[in-house]
Design a protein around this ligand. Structure first.
Ligand code: FPP
Length: 246
């Protein structure tokens, strides 16, 4: 399947590590939290742009399990921002057929945020358009470990584990019924070039795209540029390209 048919089929999975909010704010003499607020506006633009551009699944890294180490004021501001985002965007997601799920641990999140998450997931569950996944209190290594525990505890079968079965267990760790889906394109903004414990299993064959642009300056045109770059990649999945196959 080439990249254009991926897009036509709405099957493309794009992951984004949204980095650079703090630097965006500091560069303007503003508190870091102002960068996060502007980052939430970039999320809205990017989600709407992704749906228009035919992305099938969009997974956004909003808060890593390591982000709890940030100052409590910044963490609290982020949690409130996530809750406000869900309150404001759920109806728009319903209108646009977007199905929203949150991936990551929930037991450490404020109760009000968990309620907002459950409400947003319920309200958008019938969406048949783009799947929007937001990772909050997420650690890919932690999710893989928990899936491995489930595999060990699954007494129902003594079959050798397959990739498909493990992907199913990994999906279940993330509060969703769908198996973990491979990422086709992973974008990271803000100039850093690392994965930071994001979707490590799912990114086994992802194409990587790094941009120096800070997250609050990201939106539909920048996403379209990343998708154009992706379309030019020769994805071989370990095989040889058809152009040189004899
Ligand atoms: C990393 O940039 C960004 C975060 C840890 C938070 C991401 C949050 C948002 C984009 C805001 C809203 C999200 C949703 C889903 C409503 P950084 O602050 O580490 O930037 P820096 O590297 O410049 O300091």
């Amino acid at each position: 399947m080439d990249q254009s048919s991926f897009r036509q089929a709405g099957a493309l999975h794009v992951g984004i590590i949204m980095d650079g909010n703090g630097r965006w704010a500091i560069g303007r003499g503003l508190p870091r939290t102002a960068g996060h607020a502007e980052g939430a506006r970039a999320v809205r633009r990017t989600v709407e742009g992704a749906a228009r551009l035919g992305v099938g699944t969009l997974t956004l890294y909003a808060f890593s399990a390591d982000n709890w180490r940030r100052p409590s004021g910044e963490v609290g501001a982020l949690m409130r921002l996530f809750r406000r985002y869900l309150a404001a965007e759920t109806a728009r997601c319903v209108d646009n057929g977007i199905r929203l799920t949150i991936v990551g641990r929930r037991d450490r999140l404020p109760r009000a945020l968990v309620h907002a998450i459950e409400g947003a997931e319920r309200a958008t569950a019938g969406g048949t358009g783009m799947r929007l996944r937001i990772a909050i209190d997420y650690s890919s290594r932690d999710a893989i470990l928990r899936a491995a525990e489930r595999l060990r505890d699954d007494a129902a079968t003594d079959e050798s584990p397959t990739h498909e079965r493990f992907a199913k267990l990994l999906g279940a760790v993330h509060h969703q019924m769908q198996p973990a889906a491979d990422v086709d394109l992973l974008i990271r903004t803000g100039g850093e070039r690392r994965l930071s414990d994001f979707l490590l299993w799912e990114c086994a064959y992802a194409e990587l795209y790094f941009t120096a642009r800070l997250w609050p300056d990201f939106g539909e045109p920048e996403l379209a540029a990343a998708l154009d770059d992706f379309a030019s990649r020769d994805r071989r999945f370990g095989a040889i390209t058809s152009a040189v196959a004899g």
